[in-house]
Design a protein around this ligand. Structure first.
Ligand SMILES: [Mn+2]
Length: 343
């Protein structure tokens, strides 16, 4: 039986990382929905039997009516594929959840917080999900699969060996399953039979690199799967030391931007106005959402510290602070620069 396993789509997430660029938020939200449709069409093309959506499909607190209508309409394109949903902590099965207030297609199976089993000829699928924004009890304690000769799948949204409010799962309870389709952890973790595909699409700069889904085959004694990227653009942070730069143009040559969403951190000694650098960066092709200035002017602090005036005394003090807390040097240099403008 062929399957696709996705998780943590977070449709309609507020995307706080992009908050200074509303157009980009809109664009990214559309890309998320489009990627979902792409995976559904791929499931059809590849004759997949099951799709597992392991929670945080959308964000209950932000999801819009048209998003739910879009996903329902998309799922209607694949009436012959079973779509399993285990609600997570962002899309719990609460009273006013769209899982309850909308009519979902007949091929969709939404799990509640009790472990239930859906049986097929060779495969048993056990699943459960969140009915509230938290779920602390360990549901799998003492649980045993009914028929160890079948392919046994566990499907839920939760935390492995944690101590959290988000459905803690004990690793030892998972050995009886041939495949464990999980969601909640946004970094992908493909660990033998226990799989987190990671966030379907990155929601911020703390989720760099490839994102996507897992596709595989369930056969007793021979479970196989692979990860596939779905994102056309990733979230990337570029840190650039600009000490050698003498004209703003040079920065365009140094930043080799592709089709990604960027956050650019400038460090080192600044010989060109930050504003000029920012303007050149803004003119580049690439979705730049933030330029962070961690640079400082080319001062000779030792020299200034030896001066017998207020600036000298202040600088001497600051050098001592840097000496005590070298890890804060960047922030302290920024403070020095601001103070100098008043002295
Ligand atoms: Mn979650």
């Amino acid at each position: 039986m062929k399957f696709i396993h996705i998780a943590d789509l977070h449709l309609d997430t507020p995307l706080v990382a992009l908050k200074n660029n509303r157009e980009l938020v809109k664009k990214r939200r559309m890309e998320q929905k489009k990627a979902f449709k792409d995976v559904i069409l791929l499931a059809k093309e590849e004759n997949v039997d099951f799709i597992f959506i392991a929670g945080d499909f959308f964000e209950q607190k932000f999801v819009e009516k048209n998003t739910i209508e879009y996903i329902i309409k998309t799922i209607e394109l694949i009436p012959n594929i079973k779509v399993f949903i285990a609600p997570g902590n962002h899309d719990p099965l609460i009273k006013n959840s769209p899982y309850k207030t909308y009519k979902w297609p007949g091929n969709v199976i939404i799990f509640d917080e009790n472990i239930s089993k859906i049986s097929f000829e060779f495969v048993d699928i056990y699943g459960f999900g969140f009915e509230d924004y938290e779920m602390s009890s360990n549901k799998l304690e003492g649980f045993r699969v009914e028929n160890p000769d079948k392919v046994n799948v566990l499907f839920t949204h939760g935390t492995l060996c944690g101590n959290s409010k988000y459905n803690d799962i004990n690793y030892n309870d998972l050995k009886q399953f041939d495949y464990v389709a999980l969601g909640h952890i946004h970094a992908k973790k493909l660990d033998d039979n226990v799989v987190y595909p990671g966030a379907f699409m990155a929601c911020g700069f703390d989720e760099p690199g490839e994102h996507g889904f897992v596709i595989g085959n369930l056969e007793k004694g021979n479970i196989s799967y692979e990860f596939r990227n779905i994102e056309e653009r990733h979230f990337e942070t570029i840190e650039l030391d600009i000490s050698e730069i003498r004209s703003a143009n040079e920065i365009a040559e140094l930043l080799k931007l592709k089709n990604d969403i960027y956050r650019i951190k400038l460090t080192g000694i600044r010989n060109v106005e930050f504003r000029e650098l920012k303007d050149v960066i803004a003119s580049l092709d690439g979705l730049i959402c933030n330029v962070i200035d961690n640079t400082h002017l080319p001062y000779n602090l030792e020299e200034i510290a030896s001066m017998k005036n207020l600036k000298g005394i202040f600088t001497k003090k600051m050098l001592e602070v840097i000496n005590d807390m070298p890890e804060n040097e960047e922030e302290i240099m920024k403070a020095i620069e601001i103070t100098y403008s008043f002295l």
